[in-house]
Design a protein around this ligand. Sequence first.
Ligand code: GTP
Ligand code: MG
Length: 171
Amino acid sequence: LGLKKEVNVLCLGLDNSGKTTIINQLKPSNAQAQDIVPTIGFSIEKFKTSSLSFTVFDMSGQGRYRNLWEHYYKEGQAIIFVIDSADKLRMVVAKEELDTLLNHPDIKHRRIPILFFANKMDVRDALSSVKVSQLLCLENIKDKPWHICATNALKGEGLQEGVDWLQDQIK
Ligand code: GTP
Ligand code: MG
């Protein structure tokens, strides 16, 4: 039977980090968009794994829309947080947004799994996932399961490892 557990996932991270490109890669090829444009507000997407049916809130990362994120925190059962590993100048902004997320009352006391994608690993001079993890101080996250993967969303590299981890956290 095709009955899979339904899970709401929030896809967060700065604009241009690659959130929509990643979610698009996780969809079956016949459902994939050909060209991806910056998200306005947010978009609801779906993809399935062997045991789960994910509904993704693909949020816009643009500054003017980031205040929308918190309205969906209560519904989220998992978080995918995407970082542009090549955007060194804005790593501090990504950290600020992550810290705001982690301190939000709807997130702070929950054991919600967080999957970090250190995306754009194909870009010359991109930071390693270890370096991104250090700059975001991920080792300070003690009360939630988290995992970081280096990804190239253009080719889909690294995504499966992350999704497998997420599925293991939830099932
Ligand atoms: P917002 O919707 O504005 O928040 O952005 P987003 O995080 O959804 O980013 P989006 O998926 O629209 O990708 C932004 C740009 O980065 C696009 O031009 C993508 O093709 C490009 N991009 C995404 N992932 C990668 C990657 O792994 N490597 C490279 N080189 N480019 C990428
Ligand atoms: Mg987008």
